[in-house]
Design a protein around this ligand. Structure first.
Ligand code: G16
Length: 548
């Protein structure tokens, strides 16, 4: 083991992965994300950054996931996972951006040496990394660039193959807790499926088996995981897997998947002849960390049950179990949302429990949810999970129930802590969670949907020359830049009954996002388009994307 960088080796390898001169990379909402064909140098450098992060944390295993999740097939991306399976510490996002933009191999070495000094990294420590990718065609070449980065710092790297993003997060936590009293599970795919399905089976024992569930796999890695999960579930839950073409060019996330359903508020056309009225269905996204449910009513009308509806369903169920267990004075449940949460969901939840609003991005939701005993966090786009704090886990383990009903409720809560992925939002784990609640409550999709009525809403995106001129405050609900634009948005919003709208730069696509809701569908659509028009006019947007 050396105590200085092998600069010759880094230079040699870096010259094989030159940085494109015309691109500025940014570690955004979920890591680096852009056209897969431009990411070679970034992957090489992320290999080195992961090594340094591991050394900084005394050789703990760091995760690297190569995915662009819900984005189109030609995009790709990469993100780092910290030792407890959570998103990379914020300060290192900045370091990653700086290192990815060093223009030459010499500048790269200089940037690395500066990070080593700033972060006080002991290079003699070991470096351990586990990495995986989704099914994108650009994945294999990017993974080999990543492996060159590992070579440059002599990393002990484990290739976890092609798995969902949440499985990679799960591996990271399992590896780092192995042999401790906080052991999270077996660090294998088999261990993951066993953990999920064993707890699911406990939770639905004695309940009537639910009718088959249609699962739209977005033609992504969720198709592989869905198949494995289905085999482990056996006849306790029948999954009808659709959109499973993982090798068909152009199919990934195309007119299917959670983002398509959420944004278009429509049934994926490929399910038109599959889904029967009343049947439950759900869509995963390209790396299976988002989940959106939906159904057709008796008249064939489409109804969507998004992340907000999942939060409402799950939070109410957990509160009820805590109460039946007799633990309501010790375990407090809270919910975390973002500005995208439907106003009707926020109202429904606020009447029942504490609700916090934070900026977009799992890391913000996750950290806020950690402050509750049980923190339920979901983005409206279907990304979310439920976190149980360590003191809450201890309370559940030590509690002495005094009635059979209390005892059953505690057992269910303990099983939920096993079923729900504690590292990150996980579409498959969340899907089983939803199925558990529906089964316990004997709810159909329609009954679940009637918890509250969504305000009509619309999402739009605008291409602008520089999205970084858009700056927000108040959990992204208000713009502070460009100057004057927020006042014009306010003035527009005031003209619509129940109107609400906000504008923010995306962290995963080169666009500005616009959200609007209003009391009537036509008004929500009109408000979104008019706000998008304001953004366009202000920023001189690309004519091809001028909002109509
Ligand atoms: C990622 C993040 C989510 C975020 C989404 C959209 O999701 O993990 O927290 O909501 O991007 O972000 P933005 O609006 O900034 O583009 P995913 O599923 O793509 O990894």
């Amino acid at each position: 083991m050396t105590s200085s960088l092998s600069t010759d080796l880094i230079r040699l390898l870096s010259d094989q992965h030159p940085k494109p001169s015309n691109i500025l990379f940014q570690y955004g909402t979920a890591g680096f994300r852009t056209l897969g064909s431009t990411l070679d140098s970034v992957l090489f450098r992320v290999g080195i950054i992961a090594a340094l992060r591991s050394k900084k944390l005394d050789g703990k295993t760091i995760g690297v996931m190569v995915t662009a999740s819900h984005n189109p097939e030609e995009d790709n991306g990469v993100k780092l996972v910290d030792p407890r399976g959570e998103m990379l510490e914020a300060a290192w996002e900045g370091h990653s951006t700086t290192i990815s933009n060093a223009p030459t191999s010499d500048a790269l070495i200089e940037a690395l040496e500066s990070l080593i000094q700033i972060a006080k990294i002991d290079l003699s420590k070991p470096a351990n990394v586990v990495y995986a990718r989704d099914t994108r065609p650009s994945g294999p070449a990017l993974v080999s660039a990543l492996a060159d980065g590992f070579k440059a710092l002599n990393v002990t790297a484990r290739n976890a193959g092609v798995v969902t993003t949440p499985i990679l997060h799960y591996f990271v936590k399992c590896i780092n807790t192995k042999g401790t009293k906080y052991s999270y599970g077996d660090d294998s795919e088999e261990g993951y499926y066993q953990k999920l399905t064993t707890s699911y089976k406990k939770l639905v024992a004695g309940k009537a088996v639910q009718p088959a569930l249609v699962v739209d796999c977005a033609n992504g890695v969720g198709a592989l995981a869905g198949k494995q999960l289905s085999e482990h579930l056996g006849d306790t839950l029948q999954l009808v897997l659709e959109n499973t073409s993982i090798t068909k060019p152009g199919a990934l996330n195309n007119a299917c998947g959670a983002d398509y359903v959420k944004v278009s508020q429509k049934l994926p056309p490929s399910l038109a002849n599959v889904l029967k009225p009343g049947q439950r269905a759900c869509s995963l996204d390209g790396d299976a960390d988002r989940l959106i449910y939906f159904y057709l009513d008796d008249r064939g009308v489409f109804h969507m049950l998004d992340g907000d509806k999942i939060a409402a369903l799950v939070a109410a169920f957990i509160i009820e179990l805590v109460k039946v267990a007799g633990l309501d004075d010790q375990i407090k449940v809270g919910v975390v949302q973002t500005a995208y949460a439907n106003g009707a969901s926020t109202k429904y939840l606020q009447e029942r429990l504490p609700v916090k609003c934070v900026p977009t991005g799992v890391k913000h939701l996750h950290h806020a949810a950690e402050r509750y005993n049980v923190g339920v966090y979901f983005e409206a786009n279907g990304h979310g999970t439920v976190l149980f704090s360590q003191p809450t886990l201890d309370t559940l383990a030590e509690y002495q129930p005094s009635t059979p009903a209390q005892s059953r409720a505690v057992e269910h809560l303990v099983s939920l802590t096993e079923l729900i992925n504690q590292t990150v939002g996980d579409a498959l784990s969340d899907m089983l969670l939803v199925e558990v609640v529906l089964s316990h409550k004997s709810y159909s999709g329609e009954e679940w949907n009637s918890l509250y009525v969504d305000l009509p809403n619309r999402l739009a995106k605008v291409s602008v020359p520089d999205r970084n001129v858009f700056k927000t405050e108040d959990a992204e609900r208000r713009l502070v830049s460009p100057p004057g634009l927020q006042a014009r948005i306010d003035e527009l919003v005031n003209r619509y009954q129940g109107g609400r709208s906000f504008v923010r730069p995306s962290g995963t696509e080169d666009v500005v996002r616009v959200y609007a809701e209003a009391a009537l569908r036509t008004q929500a659509d009109e408000l979104a388009m008019r706000v998008a028009g304001l953004v366009y006019d202000q920023a001189g947007g690309d004519p091809s994307s001028r909002p109509k």
